[in-house]
Ligand binder design. Structure first.
Ligand code: AGP
Length: 608
């Protein structure tokens, strides 16, 4: 996903832009660029490759003079990664410069319209049409020009625009792509995400869709599409800067794995009061909850895997039918919803395009939407009827860990809360559940203490060509997550199978030396998993099993056994997944992969 930074103020803009873009590298990108007004002209420097390539090209920003500028890291969607396709883009005269995150869906039509009027395009991007269209409509007033131009755009965009003729300000706008405004005495900022402005200010505006902001050194004005001024509340960021930095760890991912006990505790504790579960943020009435006939959980990637765990727990505790759907499928399959259907959207970033589209479809079809989100004020959070925030703090590594674990925690809390409201569990049972939930942070800490052992097993298996994950019930959902973690950071081919499916085809893939990770944490399904382990062992597999400490007989079957403490089946997902996260992390490190920014991936997929 692209990253945008803009600055106007007392300081030289270019170094600030580079610093801001470095805080957005986690979003995934393949090129970078800046445009700075030097008092006479807009100077643009941009190139394919890492931010360092650009920084070296402009001597850390010192070779670009001026205190008004915009910067961009591009994750290619239209047009291959290249210097010419990098942002910022300009009109032919170089009097306007634009950076963009999102997709202009009608760019082909606009491009031919502008070409017919004599405009010449340099790049293959959708974004370049914005620069020429702005030129086409420019009447000297940036705001008026922007409003007129935006009326022609279809699709998603966060835009930053400079004009040579308006050298004291920039214009920015958002629709379906995140953009915040940073406010400070020394200058004002736009950025795709909060870490980019944190070193300079904690005061931000969270822009809503179709809000246009005019940024000057001495102030910021926010307008709607009718040029009416909008009074925005200042949102104070309480993150400490270190939480957005690595804090001494080699990678953000391992730092965030280590932060899980605290993240889970921060997420659970505020929702336990006087031995009851409380969701003060929920406006769903008790009557509504009692009348829910069906729940859909919609999400992507790891968030979808949380939904898979959520299905098992919600159905077991609330007896409400739950359907888990990939958001990218849900949005196009004309789902059967009704006013007594609750749609739960799960998203770390709150900006995943498919999940945004899914909740919009759900609302169009009359369902209530409850979202579980980690980024405060994100699009999904703001468009849902109810939002429950996970308090994992900023998650920088592309591979999610602490956000995933806090989403799991919310699923436990929500399932118990609904079951209690429906009268399916009494105070005694609720108290027992709360005790189990309070055990999660220290038990996760205990799982993390296995990291040296896991590093050893990873070092022995990082050359595997294929690694299979097996599980039944909730363990199958965890197997899916373990497999995704391994794939996305180590690039090893891996599949997760419902262990009962082995005999229906998959077992043909097992041969001598195949590495299989078998999850056997569910008491009721343990004997079945033992047989599945035997099945793959007899075909030559090497098995690393995860089981409860009391199930020692698994040592007769598996080559390696990782134990989780004896605990209620409800919370085993939170423990088993830690082992899989750490194992995958060390496999990727052993392979020398770019753990925090895996190839081809972005932290938040804000385009289809
Ligand atoms: C998980 O490690 C991946 N980075 C990816 O699958 C991610 O979970 C997915 O893109 C959903 O992102 P979201 O939670 O921000 O919506």
């Amino acid at each position: 996903m692209c990253g945008i930074v803009g600055y106007v103020g007392k300081e030289s803009a270019a170094p600030i832009l580079l610093d801001g873009l470095s805080k957005l590298e986690y979003r995934g990108y393949d090129s970078a660029g800046v445009a700075v007004f030097d008092g006479d002209r807009i100077n643009v420097e941009k190139c394919k490759g890492r931010l360092k390539v650009l920084s070296d090209k402009i001597d850390g920003g010192n070779s670009l003079k001026g205190n008004l500028g915009i910067g961009h890291t591009r994750w290619a969607t239209h047009g291959a990664p290249s210097d010419v396709n990098s942002h910022p883009h300009t009109n032919e005269k170089g009097t306007f410069a634009v950076v963009h995150n999102g997709i202009i869906e009608n760019y082909i039509k606009l491009r031919s319209y502008l070409t017919d009027m004599g405009y010449n395009f340099k790049s293959d991007t959708d974004t370049e049409v914005v620069a020429h269209l702005f030129d086409h409509y420019f009447n000297g007033d940036m705001l008026e020009t922007a409003i007129k131009m935006l009326g022609k755009l279809e699709g998603s965009y966060a835009l930053g625009i400079l004009s040579k003729d308006n050298p004291d300000r920039m214009i920015a706008v958002r629709k379906d792509s995140p953009l915040i405004v940073g406010l400070s005495e020394d200058g004002n900022f736009i950025a795709s995400d909060i870490p980019a402005v944190l070193p300079y200010t904690r005061d931000v505006y969270l822009l809503e869709d179709n809000e246009i902001v005019e940024l000057r050194q001495d102030g910021v004005t926010v307008y709607d599409m009718d040029k009416r001024i909008i009074k925005k509340d200042v949102f104070k960021i309480n993150w400490d800067i270190s939480s957005a930095e690595k804090g001494g760890y080699e990678h953000f991912m391992i730092k965030e794995i280590m932060e899980q006990p605290k993240a889970i505790k921060d997420t659970i504790s505020p929702r336990i009061k006087d031995d009851k579960i409380v969701f003060e943020e929920l406006t769903l009435s008790k009557e509504y909850i009692r009348d829910i006939k069906k729940i859909f959980i919609v999400a992507c990637g790891s968030a979808y895997h949380v939904g898979m765990v959520g299905k098992y727990i919600l159905e077991d505790m609330t007896r409400i039918p739950v359907e888990v759907d990939l958001a990218s499928e849900f949005r196009y399959r004309n789902p059967i919803l009704s006013p007594d259907t609750l749609v739960i959207a799960i998203s770390q970033s709150g900006e995943t395009a498919d999940t945004i589209a899914a909740i919009r479809e759900a609302k169009r079809l009359g369902a209530k939407v409850l979202s579980i989100v980690n980024v405060v004020g994100s699009t999904i959070a703001r468009e849902s009827d109810n939002v429950i925030y996970t308090w994992a703090g900023p998650e920088i590594a592309v591979a999610t860990t602490k956000a995933y674990s806090t989403q799991l925690a919310i699923m436990y809390l929500l399932s118990s809360h609904f079951a209690y409201i429906k009268g399916l569990i009494d105070d005694c049972k609720l108290s027992e559940i709360i005790k189990n939930l309070d055990l999660i942070p220290p038990l996760v800490e205990k799982m993390i203490s296995n990291k040296d052992k896991l590093q050893y097993y990873a070092s022995k298996n990082f050359n595997s060509k294929n690694i299979f994950f097996l599980g039944r019930g909730i363990d199958y959902a965890i197997a899916l997550e373990g497999s995704l973690k391994l794939k996305e950071i180590s690039y090893i081919n891996s599949e997760a199978y419902a262990a009962g499916e082995l005999k229906h085809g998959t077992i043909s893939l097992i041969e001598d030396g195949t590495f299989v990770i078998a999850l056997a944490t569910q008491d009721r399904l343990f004997p079945k998993m033992l047989s599945n382990i035997k099945e793959v062992k007899t075909r030559g597999a090497k098995v690393m099993a995860i089981a409860k400490e009391s199930n020692k007989e698994i040592e007769q079957e598996a080559d390696i056994v990782l134990y989780i403490p004896d605990c209620d089946d409800l919370i085993t997902p939170s423990l088993a997944v830690i082992l899989l996260q750490i194992f995958s992390y060390y496999v990727a490190v052993s392979k020398g992969c770019d753990v925090d920014k895996p190839r081809n991936l972005a932290k938040s997929v804000t385009v289809e």
